[in-house]
Design a protein around this ligand. Sequence first.
Ligand code: GUN
Length: 293
Amino acid sequence: MELIDGKAVAAQIKSEIAEEVRQILVSGGKRPHLAAILVGHDGGSETYVASKVRTCEELGFQSTLIRYEDNATEKELLDKVVELNNDPDIDGFIVQLPLPKHISEQKVIETIDYRKDVDGFHPVNTGRMAIGLPCFVSATPAGILELLKRYRIETAGKHCVVLGRSNIVGKPVASLLMQKSDPGNCTVTVCHSRTRNIEAYCREADIIIAALGSPGFLKGNMVREGVVVIDVGTTRIPSDKTKSGFKLSGDVDFNAVAPKCSHITPVPGGVGPMTIISLMKNTLLAGKKAIYQ
Ligand code: GUN
């Protein structure tokens, strides 16, 4: 069994990006600039956004954090999105999800200029991704593909079972893995909360991407020997053993599943660090106008 070390791969990509930023600055180019909008004080969102801002600093990017209280109106948020769309200094920006219930996430996402949508959530980007055109690919699926690539995991002809059908992970990763590309060329099955006999699909899988948000869902008796398991779960479980007061739990019963795997990602330290670095890669591409003019 080989542990897929997302932290180490992310660190390597980080130094590649930092070097590219240095080159851009040496040749008189502009520092990439990422803005993030955070509404309210959700613990997970606070942590993710703080980590994104910190990574920007480490890479030599400029970052701008724009905060709103929970009672911000949809109009206030949409006006800010339009302002960022029109600000030539901002290369890309994200609106951290989830948003409070009174604000339509879809409306906000569709208001973002797709050319600055470094999260890859805008329908232009998801649509282009689905038909294999250049676009911003959302960070978690992009990070998963990068891990498969860097660990030279063969995907062509393999049966990949995706657990979960979210717009952020399940749907895009399924779409990417079925494409005529490398990584890709998989036979993909998407399972979800209404799938009957999910265990049977998992036992058939060469690769399992677990993105249900259900701690410890994938058990040892649900996988076959030699499987590749990518755990996308990051549920916060209260804990008195950590400084933060919680620990992250993946969707995989790691101790039972790992011994049967050829490769497996841990939680934390697997997909998580790759997600942030993929967002940074998209911001660099946005700064270079490498995808859209
Ligand atoms: N909430 C959970 N994951 C993400 C993400 O990748 N981007 C944004 N904007 N919000 C999220």
